[in-house]
Design a protein around this ligand. Structure first.
Ligand SMILES: NC(=O)c1ccc[n+]([C@@H]2O[C@H](COP(=O)([O-])OP(=O)(O)OC[C@H]3O[C@@H](n4cnc5c(N)ncnc54)[C@H](O)[C@@H]3O)[C@@H](O)[C@H]2O)c1
Ligand SMILES: O=C(O)CC[C@@H](O)C(=O)O
Length: 530
């Protein structure tokens, strides 16, 4: 039974699938302090949050069983991603579910700004009938600058066109083709600042976007600009904005987000007559909250059940077509890694991975993670290593990872070769997927073999002499070890050779050392592939 903790108010309908799952127990405990979370997180496999819970390194450290943190929303700025990655905790978000809602809030803010609705409302309910102060402007025929043309920015642009606005758009990933398709003018930040009448930002907050609109931009800004921020506090320099409004450069601003949330009671935005604010309500609709909770719950279920999942924030996303081609190789890759780690003596210095055949055309980085996970799990423990932290752990231990690709088929449609270099030696294993037969190890060091990578294997290095196979078989048999399959690989008759035996159960250590002492035997190793 997996235990899931929901520590923020998250839509009940959205998490219903978790509540209904027979292998999941859900506890809802919103509003816990960091100390309270640290005290209880150790018993949970998954943590579901919105934006209130700060998922700190301390919480991750205490979450000994924690496999996944799910964020019901887009931004993961309340989650310590580095700490999660280091501990192999997968962080997922729900990037699509609140796009339209936030886009609509941006419009609500833009129109409220253009027509002074909050100020007019406050005066009217205060008993003052003032029809002179609140002269607004139309959106029609105005230029709207959109900074950040991702999910929300693009939806804003589409709707702004329906209002008769001309869209100037900037995003480092916006191409001429896509801009033309969306009917927007590809612009620079400077074009927008100098020419737009309204500006709205839809980027994440990164070192690059922090204060991307600040004093230097206000100095050259078109006078009368109206600015909306429903993305993240800090993209626009708050202090510089207030100055620009007071200097008559900016006509007004509408902010849903703040550099520090909630803002201090004396924050200059809160009393400024030309600034309207909402308390980070961009995603707050019934629909969006259900959508994000459904999405994140679904992925948490997949992760806990060890099924393929999407929207991991601390792992690169795998495009669907790449995933389809690579997924069958994930188990093989992990087993090759585990095999070579068990075979090789000494501390790992370098892992070389080579792909030949059709896999050479695919981005094989996700598969590298499975191979490295297989290798490191042997040394660090399978509960400590997963595909999220495998590369990080290798790097932090100065393990060099070298990959190469070749379209040459080497006798197989696809061949994955993994070699491991330690101070003592360098060993190699290669595997493939054979149509109709599944995964196969087809080479160990220089010897061709044909072995299913599963169960208990014994690998024997010996000299190719008559009678050896019989002696090994007799010794194992007399110790009640049943041999299921046997393979011999050699390059030259009478030369060095290997024997790979599949046995039905684990072999006691002392039996293995007796095998190794047989005449003409150099070494015997047990390898377990679970
Ligand atoms: N107010 C809210 O409640 C609320 C709700 C949802 C999302 N958000 C925030 O809105 C923002 C956008 O969300 P989204 O889902 O559209 O994200 P997204 O990832 O789909 O889009 C972000 C875009 O910003 C672009 N970008 C990055 N750096 C840039 C730069 N220097 N200049 C211009 N563009 C840049 C990226 O290329 C990307 O296309 C995020 O900050 C998100 O956290 C806020
Ligand atoms: O209301 C929330 O949960 C925050 C929404 C938003 O900022 C997000 O990043 O998804």
């Amino acid at each position: 039974m997996f235990k899931v903790l929901v520590s923020d108010p998250i839509s009940d309908l959205g998490i219903q699938q978790l509540v209904d799952a027979s292998d999941i127990a859900v506890d809802k405990k919103p509003g816990l302090s960091e100390d309270e979370l640290v005290a209880i997180i150790g018993e949970y496999d998954a943590l579901l949050v919105r934006s209130q819970t700060q998922v700190t390194a301390r919480i991750m450290e205490a979450g000994k069983q924690l496999k996944v943190v799910g964020r019901a929303g887009v931004g993961v700025d309340n989650i310590d991603l580095a700490a999660a990655t280091e501990r192999g905790i997968i962080v997922i978000n729900a990037p699509d579910g609140n796009t339209i809602t936030t886009c609509e809030h941006t419009f609500a803010m833009m129109m409220a700004l253009a027509r002074h609705i909050p100020q007019a409302y406050a005066k009217t309910v205060g008993g003052v009938w003032d029809r002179k102060t609140f002269l607004g402007v139309e959106l029609r025929n105005k230029k709207l600058g959109v900074l950040g043309m991702g999910r929300i920015g693009s939806e804003v642009a589409v709707r702004a066109k329906a209002f008769g606005m001309e869209i100037l758009a900037y995003d480092p990933f916006l191409t001429e083709e896509r801009a033309a398709k969306l009917g927007v003018k590809l612009s620079t930040v400077e074009d927008i600042v100098r020419n737009a009448d309204f500006m709205t930002v839809h980027t994440p907050l990164t070192p690059e976007t922090r204060h991307m609109i600040a004093r230097p931009q206000f100095e050259v800004m078109k006078h009368g600009m109206r600015i909306v921020n429903c993305a993240r506090g800090g993209i626009i320099d708050e202090q510089a904005l207030v100055e620009a409004i007071d200097q008559g450069i900016v006509a007004g601003a509408a902010f849903d987000v703040f550099e520090v949330e909630p803002p201090a009671p004396d924050h200059p935005f809160l009393k400024h007559p030309r600034i309207i604010v909402t308390p980070h309500l961009g995603a707050s609709t019934v629909e969006a909250q259900e959508n994000v909770a459904i999405d994140v719950s679904e992925q948490v279920l997949h992760i806990l059940r060890n099924e393929p999942f999407k929207n991991a924030v601390n792992m690169p996303a795998i495009p669907g077509d790449v995933l389809n081609r690579l997924q069958p190789y994930f188990t093989l890759g992990e087993k090759l890694g585990s095999f070579i780690a068990q075979l090789t003596e000494g501390a790992v210095q370098e892992i070389s991975i080579s792909y030949s055949g059709e896999l050479a055309d695919v981005d094989t980085q996700p598969l590298n993670r499975y191979i490295v996970k297989g290798i490191l799990s042997h040394h660090l423990g399978s509960d400590q290593v997963n595909v999220v932290n495998a590369m990080h752990l290798a790097k932090s231990r100065d393990v060099n990872i070298v990959t190469q690709k070749s379209t040459a088929h080497k006798g197989f449609t696809n061949l994955v070769t993994v070699s491991l270099r330690t101070k003592q030696e360098e060993r190699l294993v290669a595997g493939t997927l054979l149509n109709g037969y599944g995964a196969r190890i087809v080479q160990i060091d220089k010897y061709p073999v044909d072995v299913a990578p599963e169960g208990n294997l014994i690998l024997v290095s010996h000299n190719d002499k008559p009678g050896i196979i019989g002696r090994v078989g007799t010794l194992l048999g007399s110790n009640d070890v049943n041999i299921a399959t046997m393979q011999v690989g050699r390059k030259l008759v009478g030369g060095a050779a290997i024997m790979v035996l599949t046995v039905d159960k684990g072999v006691p250590k002392q039996v293995l050392s007796e095998v190794a002492k047989l005449p003409d035997l150099n070494n015997a190793k047990e390898i377990m592939l679970v």
